[in-house]
Write a protein that binds this ligand. Sequence first.
Ligand SMILES: [Fe+2]
Length: 227
Amino acid sequence: MASVRQTDPGTRRHTTSVVYDLARSIRERDIITYEHCRRVAVYVNRLARHMGWSRRASRDLALAGLVHDLGKTWMQNALLHKESALSSDEREEMQRHPHIASCILRAYGAPEQLIEVVLHHHEAYDGHGYPDHLAGEDIPLGARLLTVADVFDAITSERPYKAALEVGDARARIAAGAGTHFDPAVVRAFLELLDANPEFRLPARVSPLPPRKAPHITWIRHDSFDH
Ligand SMILES: [Fe+2]
């Protein structure tokens, strides 16, 4: 499955509406997870465009980015807001979040391609990831892009338990993960993009989603992932 492609306009409208509503629910639950998802959506959109994906396919992938950590909203506060390293039991619980997100998205009628990308965003290229230990090209391509965007944002963001890496250090970390954590071809494209755009990294706070009352067609035309 190459990308999160949806061709039927009615399906795309429904998907956009559902994803935006679920993204708002993430914002209500946990602003840190929401802002992470917003930045990852922008990063993965830029990466897909750089890799030659169409505007439409890139934006569809960005929708997966916008809700990729939706499953974390079902974690208990003690786990979601924990300010120190997780125990192995806690890590195991937290690692259920892609599966939980896939269940929620399926219940709302999201397309399977989008669900697959969200479900597999923690797989690793050499098979050491989760939930299914997929490796190489068995991991949906969209998920391989999302993984790089996700990790870049995670390591360049400050958390109570860790400092943010500078872009140069983050670049080195991503480069070092090529072939083990990440698809080498995706890493190559990401580093090209990063090197060509000194302002690539987004500020911690990102612009809000369009208001709920806006007609759906406006949301689809409004390219909110390009900034
Ligand atoms: Fe995640």
